[in-house]
Design a protein around this ligand. Structure first.
Ligand SMILES: NC(=O)c1ccc[n+]([C@@H]2O[C@H](COP(=O)([O-])OP(=O)(O)OC[C@H]3O[C@@H](n4cnc5c(N)ncnc54)[C@H](O)[C@@H]3O)[C@@H](O)[C@H]2O)c1
Length: 369
């Protein structure tokens, strides 16, 4: 088992990573000093597959846990579900000493974390992520929130967990498409700050896709280290943390333009990275060998859902509405080299839109290989 420490002063926490860890979560919880029963927030899929393991590990370590089940899917990361969670918390007689276990993928983590951030002005939560995307990305860093009709994650907070327990063994039940979607976030981490991680994924892709526990533990701990390192330097995304948005400027816009139906979040990031690669080439960033390596790796993971029929105007209007546009200026992460991302704060909108039009017309082939 590996333990990482996210050093944020009073908001510091440990990330424990290990296969089989789900059976031991209860044992570690006592060190956190909670005095009331946990409220487990999860969905029916995760509860059915892994609930018994988590709940059994809590027996004798905490008072009887309560479970709040929410709907499964991005469309449930909304105000109605949040209210359902608040009602469940009141029904369970939760108070300011109560605490939450967010148990599931990124959707459960985001909404349960936001409920924790806001219930009685904030109660603690721990995160037990069960998708690759959540284990390598969303569980770490304290960004929590919900979607509203105006856009994704537009209501939210920064609320750090008190601990994260990450068991790669839980990924064995994950559908292969979800595993692949998470892997794009791993590739993103490598692309912006670790060529070694890119090389590891290139060499071990088959093991990762077969859920080899050692390979999954390795990529999760590398990604958590990279993310934690960024977060301790810029917890609230004033500048540096934006580097984690590689592939997200166009990826988020693609998700919104297709009403969050066509792509998994990670898949949209996969397309977003390909688009950013091509755009970076237009601007003279990054040599052909690095472009080819990343392009080839992204395509080896799985076949991304096609971009067919997505109007550029829809993507563009989503892009300029996004949080990444500040005072009318578009920011975008580009690569100087593999493992070396930079934040471009003032991208020429007209130029980017022209490029995006070509990219979509070519079905997402940036012509970089
Ligand atoms: N807060 C952040 O920093 C951050 C970062 C990236 C993404 N996100 C958010 O994360 C969300 C996407 O998260 P996700 O990709 O984990 O999707 P998800 O939470 O919807 O999980 C994907 C599917 O896998 C199922 N599942 C979960 N664990 C499973 C397991 N072990 N076995 C089988 N099935 C399992 C879920 O029930 C769901 O159907 C988006 O809402 C995105 O905005 C947040």
């Amino acid at each position: 088992m590996k333990t990482l420490f996210v050093d944020l002063g009073q908001r510091s926490y440990k990330i424990r990573i290990g296969s089989g860890l789900i059976h031991k979560v209860g044992g570690y919880i006592s060190e956190l000093g909670f005095t009331s029963p946990p409220i487990v927030i999860t969905n029916s899929t995760v509860l059915r597959l892994h609930g018994r393991n988590l709940l059994q590990s809590l027996i004798g370590k905490t008072e009887g846990p309560r479970v709040i089940q929410i709907g499964d899917g991005e469309r449930f990361k909304n105000r109605e579900t949040l209210w359902q969670i608040y009602s469940g918390l009141f029904k369970a007689r939760a108070d300011r000493r109560s605490w939450i276990i967010a148990f599931g993928g990124g959707i459960v983590g985001d909404i349960a974390g936001f409920a924790a951030a806001t219930f009685m002005r904030g109660i603690p939560y721990i995160n037990v992520p069960t998708t690759l995307l959540a284990q390598v990305d969303s569980a770490v860093g304290g960004k929590v929130g919900i979607n509203v009709p105006q856009g994704k994650n537009l209501i939210g907070a920064f609320h750090q967990p008190s601990a994260i327990f990450l068991d790669p063994g839980t990924l064995r039940t994950l559908p292969s498409r979800e595993l692949a979607a998470g892997l794009y976030e791993v590739i993103k981490c490598g692309a912006i700050s670790s060529e070694n991680l890119i090389r590891y994924v290139e060499r071990n892709l088959e093991r990762i896709l077969k859920c080899d526990p050692a390979a999954l533990q390795h990529i999760a701990s590398e990604c958590c280290c990279i993310k934690a390192d960024v977060i301790v330097r810029d917890e609230r995304e004033n500048d540096l943390r934006m580097i984690l948005n590689y592939g997200h400027t166009i990826g988020h816009a693609l998700e919104a333009a297709t009403s969050y139906r066509r792509f998994k979040h990670g898949e949209a990031v996969g397309w977003g990275m390909l688009a950013a690669l091509g755009y970076g080439r237009e601007l003279g960033f990054l040599g052909p060998e690095a472009i080819h390596r990343l392009w080839a790796l992204i395509h080896r993971v799985e076949t991304l859902p096609p971009l067919r029929g997505i109007p550029v105007e829809k993507v563009w209007s989503a892009l300029v509405r996004d949080k990444k546009v500040r005072s009318g200026k578009i920011s975008m992460v580009l690569l100087k080299d593999l493992g070396d991302g930079i934040i471009c704060q003032d991208v020429d909108g007209a130029h980017l839109k022209k490029y995006l039009k070509q990219f979509l017309a070519a079905g997402g082939d940036p012509g970089t290989h």
